[in-house]
Design a protein around this ligand. Structure first.
Ligand SMILES: *Cc1c(COP(=O)(O)O)cnc(C)c1O
Length: 516
């Protein structure tokens, strides 16, 4: 074998980093990670760099000659870290609170070293079988029926669910013949609430169903799909010549974590023979807590369901589960085996070749980290952590409800709190929006916390999302303290805006405590 020269390590026979160098740098890297996590709160949660700053600090060409690992790791500290927003910090409360926990990192490391594709069972039997077992464990924890087939994806696999739903339509042969230019095929339509995640609409775009093929259904006063409107829409569409084929219900919407009435939606799906997909990306994990099993009520009737361990199960990104009770349809839609991938394991195996159920080849071994997380924390440990996050959210909700000049804008079922600052006498929506935007800006500029916003019935809404494993009551007190301090700093600038008159009545309409 050619002997290559690694400038630091001397001779290497592999061409790769010398094994002893890997050991040395690997240890350094683990030390770096430990120190990072110990000191993660010393960084501003939201990166403070200006746009383009990172790019302009980097060379415009890749190095011609090898560089030392010391130089590279030094540049991570010097050039990369200032441009990081710290999603894994306990003060990260924007979007959803997420975690890459210790056991998840261990799984990721191992995964990087093994670097497999689980396209065929034989291309790493353990990768397929461990995944099947781990997802069956999770299924049991969530109280879902035995008959579900589970598979891990990098992202929420609503696209896969809809492909299967489309395949379920009899006699259309869309897989083979496509949709375009076929006058005999009615236009397909599926349904989701106005609060559904953007990935649902993107799936409609990608599948050639088009944005018009997704009809968005209105919601009730707690942001849940209006089932009567759903049924009306389906009837109307049938009359107008559309072909309804699926409904996507959301358990835990991204904006307010509202939970669609799945049992009633399932009734409609049965009545009209529609595929029911449940998007429980974030909230599904809550069903691990026995007293919160209700979040998945009715989901045993779904044809498919997503839950993302990378949302609220302390597992790093790239770990989303798709369960379906009709894997044969997923397979019928997506199985395509070129000669070079013909499985030679022979008949008699009931182990799936996961590439038959996926749009792309299923790369990597994401079950490893989930398996490690589930074993390291145990069902009880996961349960405790999720319950604690909900307790913290309720605590914050309580503080909001009992503090003048604050109002909650959505029920707090889980670990996300939606609210806004609403000073007495200030009832102009534009002014309230500007004020709340400034509050978020002040809190984020403080560096200890990161908050994002949403819009609830058109109202600009502050969102506090609790979900990082390291977030404690002290952090929640901290963010609450920061928010009130931001309001105090705004007092002077808003004094002139506070009117009298009927604003008292306006206040009555948005008294705290509407959502208990
Ligand atoms: C986060 C989220 C998604 C998207 O999940 P990815 O895994 O990032 O694709 C979809 N639906 C809901 C309700 C979500 O909260």
């Amino acid at each position: 074998m050619q002997v290559l020269f690694d400038r630091q390590q001397g001779k290497t026979t592999t061409g790769d980093m010398d094994p002893e160098a890997l050991r040395r740098y690997g240890h350094q890297m683990v030390d770096w990670i430990v120190e990072y996590l110990k000191g993660v709160e010393d960084y501003p949660v939201l990166s403070k760099v200006s746009p383009g700053a990172i790019r302009s600090s980097l060379p415009t060409h890749a190095p011609l000659q090898p560089e030392t690992m010391e130089t590279i790791l030094g540049d991570v500290d010097r050039l990369v870290m200032p441009g990081m927003t710290h999603w894994n910090a306990p003060g990260f409360m924007g979007y959803f609170g997420l975690t890459s926990s210790g056991p998840s990192m261990m799984g990721d490391m191992l995964d990087a070293a093994l670097n497999v594709t689980r396209m065929l069972w034989s291309t790493s039997p353990a990768a397929t079988e461990l995944e099947q077992v781990t997802l069956d464990w999770l299924r049991q924890m969530l109280g879902l029926p035995r008959s579900l087939f589970g598979m891990l994806h990098h992202n929420s696999a609503v696209l896969h669910a809809l492909v299967a739903a489309r395949e379920a339509l009899p006699d259309l042969h869309i897989r083979r013949r496509g949709l375009a230019g076929r006058t005999e095929v009615p236009r397909l339509r599926f349904y989701a609430s106005q609060e559904a995640h953007a990935s649902i609409e993107k799936a409609a775009i990608v599948l050639g169903i088009g944005q018009e093929g997704l009809r968005k259904i209105g919601t009730d006063n707690e942001f849940r799909m209006d089932v009567a409107e759903l049924e009306r829409a389906i009837r109307e569409d049938l009359k107008a010549g559309w072909l309804p084929f699926a409904v996507v219900a959301t358990v835990g919407t991204t904006s307010t974590t509202s939970i669609d009435p799945v049992p009633r939606i399932a009734d409609i799906c049965e009545r009209y023979r529609l595929w029911l997909h449940v998007d429980a990306a974030y909230a599904g994990a809550a069903a691990i807590v026995p007293s919160m099993r209700w979040v998945l009520a009715g989901c045993e009737r779904a044809d498919s369901l997503t839950v993302n361990p990378h949302k609220w199960l302390f597992t790093s990104f790239g770990c989303s589960v798709l369960y379906t009770r009709k894997p044969e349809l997923l397979r019928a839609a997506l199985s395509l085996t070129p000669d070079y991938l013909q499985d030679t394991t022979g008949p008699g195996s009931d182990m799936p070749n996961l590439m038959d159920y996926d749009i792309s080849l299923p790369h990597r071994f994401p079950a490893l980290k989930l398996w490690m997380v589930m074993r390291y924390f145990g069902q009880k440990g996961l349960e405790e952590r999720i319950r604690e996050h909900c307790r913290l959210a309720h605590l914050l909700a309580q503080w909001i409800d009992t503090t003048p000049d604050f109002e909650r804008l959505a029920p707090t079922h889980l670990s996300v709190v939606c609210f806004r600052v609403h000073p007495r006498g200030m009832d102009d929506e534009m002014e309230l929006e500007a004020l709340n935007q400034r509050i978020i800006k002040r809190v984020n500029a403080g560096g200890h916390f990161f908050l994002s916003h949403t819009r609830v019935r058109g109202k600009f809404t502050i969102r506090v999302a609790i979900g990082n494993i390291r977030t404690t009551e002290a952090h929640v007190r901290g963010v609450w303290e920061n928010i009130r301090a931001a309001l105090r700093s705004e007092r002077d600038s808003i004094k002139g805006l506070l009117g009298g008159g009927q604003s008292g009545i306006m206040r009555m309409l948005c008294l705290p405590g509407r959502f208990r």
